[in-house]
Design a protein around this ligand. Structure first.
Ligand code: 3UK
Length: 549
């Protein structure tokens, strides 16, 4: 833990921000993680505007007529998308008074207007604060206040909660809506004469351009700050070395743009390579599989549970266009990996990412996959499994995951920075094991380990075992308080439609699959499981349920 990168304390480049809020609220330098950029492709020039780099560079290279964003109703070329971004950037700077460094809240589904608004904020030197469409007023007010946001751009269909949020958001001065086209709408403002071209703000590569809030399942959400260069770094590490998509690919995905998994999937990765992105607003597994077939998508990003839920629907849809599938957010159970490969011939790429790290930092390309493992560190990143004292443990031993690379945690004014970053490493809060060959195996979120009669049991391992039973559609395993054993392993199980299985049958199945002491002593059949807006199982909600029962 003694290796420190010298450039950790290198001064930042001169900022283009007139409004210095973001820079002034970065954590103290001593609390930053180490940033490493040993690959040549991860070394960026001092002045860099990520929007210009991702969009305008294609037009300069003569690729303006390539399809960029595709929906059921329209196809925008790179040139068409660039113009839309430029028009919004003018509306922001000329009509709405945006100064470089100002934060702008963005609310919308994954639509061309939402994505264009996002890049317009970046191109104008602003800082984007995107929010999930389903948030309620109180949850919208939190980032508005924490990031001191004066201006919001919002899809008119989401006006109700946005207006309610205003009452609790003293910094917010103005909300501009798109989608209705009336007086004062974003469409009207964009219409100005001479708005088709916009010269990008001359931002520093280390100017903040994004504040992404964590979903905050425990405690207040945390605002994670990312630089212009970070948006390119995830493309040039994960995108280039693990995903390896090509210009002819057609991306599709369900995670919202406000979740950094979605930002990379449906915007940054395709734009970096000049590919196209299909934007969908309805994102249930049946919607997704139908859209893959309808639009002939070739690269798909979604949650592990969605791959499992699409399995029974494969017969009814021709998804022969698909060539790459990425799963993140939660561990991809081996049973799901095998069943998807069996049915489609494709290996799902599992990858662990985090809002703090912007995107995926461990995950292997097809030829290096160990089914059930997350993978190896993405080129550009380093990962270790450490003990409580911060020392690396021997292969095959469980411990805390520590990672560093070109991206890393910088919370907006938050004392929790010191819990996430220790000795220059980012600690994600996950318990992992590295095998002798260097593959990383997820065990559990560190606070999700169940301790029963002195045994440490990882809930996800029991879930993975249950999922190998054909009758199980989804499940969640948590510890229930128990006088004798401390905790007992309790499984909440959703059965496949039309399937039937007794608790005993499932318990026997687990005992036959993994060490018998790990079997769920209690099984509760439910119709659905509590999920976060980012599609993760809400274990704390299950634990609360289990404590009440
Ligand atoms: C868990 C995983 C096992 C893990 C994310 C891809 O999920 C993302 O970000 P969040 O901030 O959550 C981070 C935490 O989620 N996790 C994510 N992926 C996996 N656990 N296997 C996985 N493959 O606990 C991690 O610490 O919501 C994922 C890209 C961008 C993201 N923000």
């Amino acid at each position: 833990m003694d290796t420190r990168d010298e450039d950790r304390y290198a001064p930042l480049h001169p900022s283009a921000h007139v409004d210095r809020f973001a820079r002034d609220n970065l954590p103290p330098r001593a609390q930053w993680p180490d940033f490493i950029a040993r690959l040549p492709e991860l070394q960026y020039k001092a002045r860099l505007n990520s929007a210009a780099e991702l969009i305008d560079s294609w037009i300069a290279r003569g690729a303006g007529e390539r399809p960029c964003f595709i929906t059921d109703g329209e196809t925008l070329t790179y040139a068409g998308f660039a113009e839309r971004v430029n028009r919004i950037a003018h509306a922001l700077t000329r009509d709405l008074g945006l100064a470089p460094g100002n934060r702008v809240l963005l609310r919308g589904t994954n639509s061309p207007m939402m994505v264009a608004a996002f890049f317009a904020v970046l191109k104008a030197g602003g800082v984007a604060v995107a929010t999930m469409p389903l948030l309620r007023a109180k949850e919208i007010a939190y980032p508005l206040n924490k990031a001191q946001v004066k201006l919001a751009l919002c899809d008119a269909r989401l006006a109700e909660e946005m207006e309610k949020a205003r009452a609790g958001a003293p910094f917010l001065e103005r909300v501009v809506y798109w989608g209705e086209g009336g007086a004062g709408s974003l469409e009207r403002l964009m219409d100005g004469a001479g708005y088709a071209d916009f010269a990008a703000c001359d931002t520093a590569s280390d100017d903040v351009c994004l504040i992404a809030f964590t979903s905050g399942t425990t405690g207040e959400p945390k605002g994670t700050m990312h630089f212009h260069r970070d948006l390119l770094a995830i493309c040039d590490s994960y995108g280039r070395h693990v995903l390896r998509a090509e210009a002819g690919d057609r991306f599709i995905g369900t995670p919202p743009l406000a979740f950094t998994f979605g930002l990379g999937a449906i915007a940054l990765f395709p734009l970096r390579i000049g590919a196209s992105s299909i934007l969908i607003e309805n994102t249930t597994p049946p919607d997704l599989i139908a859209a893959i077939a309808r639009h002939r998508a070739s690269v798909c990003f979604t949650a592990p549970t969605a791959y499992r839920a699409m399995l029974p629907l494969l017969k009814a849809h021709d998804i022969g266009s698909l060539r790459k599938c990425v799963s993140a957010g939660e561990a991809l159970p081996r049973a799901t990996f095998e069943a998807w490969r069996e049915a489609t011939g494709l290996k799902v790429l599992d990858g662990i990412g985090a809002t703090e790290m912007l995107h995926i930092f461990i995950g292997s390309p097809e030829e290096d996959i160990r089914p059930g493992a997350t993978g190896r560190p993405v080129p550009g990143f380093e990962a270790r499994v450490i003990d409580e004292a911060g020392n690396e443990v021997a292969p095959g031993t469980m411990g805390r995951l520590a990672v560093r690379g070109p991206t890393g945690c910088r919370y907006l004014a938050d004392p929790r920075q010191q819990a996430y970053v220790q000795n220059g490493w980012n600690l994600t809060g996950d318990t992992y094991l590295k095998d002798a060959d260097g593959h990383f195996w997820f065990q559990a979120r560190s606070d999700d380990m169940i301790v029963s009669a002195g045994y440490n049991i990882a809930g996800p391992e029991v879930e993975a075992a249950l999922l190998t039973h054909p009758a199980v559609a989804e499940c969640g395993v948590v510890g229930a308080p128990d006088e004798q054993r401390g905790q007992i392993v309790t499984a909440y199980v959703v059965l496949q439609p039309d399937a039937d299985a007794s608790a005993e049958a499932l318990q026997d199945h687990v005992k036959a699959t993994i060490a018998p002491y790990k079997y769920p002593r209690r099984i509760v059949f439910v119709r659905e499981l509590p999920k976060t807006l980012t599609g993760k199982l809400q274990r704390f909600a299950l634990r609360r349920l289990v404590a009440k029962d």
